[in-house]
Design a protein around this ligand. Structure first.
Ligand SMILES: [Zn+2]
Length: 230
């Protein structure tokens, strides 16, 4: 993608960087920046007072985001320093807008789903173990108390059964479904920032498998044109 930005005190049309008229050493059409597939260069437009990159007067040069670029004179009150970070950011943003191939980013969307599912399965399994223990408690309690001779310890037997039931109820309420749903919600909050569209930001529900996204080949948002499969 190519973007040309004209710089000067009187530039217009297309992409421009208008320099304040107080910068008297800057020409009306001083220079232009050219962004081509992530590489930036600057070309002086035969200006009266010159274009400087890292202290050197240039006619044309490649520029990086960290370079110091001055028009009309370095550190001069009547000159102008180009904010290169801002220029790079706006070019990157413009490029992002036209980008439709998100097949690379899709790899991480897929990964996020797989990691989420793995943790969810682990949670559900540990929940099953808890539930099994809870189910065993009354059986064990029943078994133990059935060993106590009925005639001698009838009263103790009833007390024991009551205690057994109470313990079971407490355990059940502690490892109930409520907890696991909360933990699953927390998991979803953790993985949601990665299980979403890298272009429009649409959050994908975890009930939608990544394979469904892959089969569609693109973001489900009809207003978005992010392609997931080349
Ligand atoms: Zn999208």
């Amino acid at each position: 993608m190519e973007i040309e930005i004209k710089i000067g005190r009187e530039v217009e049309g297309g992409s421009v960087l208008l320099v304040p008229s107080s910068c008297k050493k800057v020409s009306r059409r001083h220079a232009s920046l050219l962004w081509k597939d992530g590489v930036m260069s600057i070309e002086d437009n035969e200006s009266a007072n010159g274009t400087f990159v890292n202290g050197k007067r240039i006619a044309k040069a490649k520029v990086k985001e960290t370079d110091s670029v001055w028009l009309g004179g370095i550190g001069d009150d009547n000159g102008y320093q180009v904010d290169m970070k801002k220029v790079f950011d706006s070019c990157r943003k413009a490029e992002e807008k036209t980008k439709t191939d998100y097949s690379k980013e899709f790899e991480d969307i897929k990964q996020a789903y797989l990691e989420y599912k793995a943790e969810e399965t682990k949670l559900k399994n540990s929940q099953n173990v808890k539930m099994r223990i809870v189910n065993f408690v009354p059986m064990i309690a029943g078994g133990v108390f059935s060993l106590i001779p009925l005639e001698s310890l009838g009263f103790m037997r009833i007390i024991g059964l009551v205690i057994g039931v109470v313990i079971t109820l407490v355990l059940m309420s502690k490892s109930g479904k409520h907890d696991i749903n909360e933990e699953i919600t927390e998991l979803q909050i953790k993985y949601q920032p990665r299980y979403c569209c890298p272009k429009c930001g649409m959050k994908y529900p975890f009930t939608t498998h990544w394979k469904k996204l892959e089969a569609d080949g693109k973001c489900p948002n009809p207003k978005c044109n992010a392609q997931f499969v080349k």
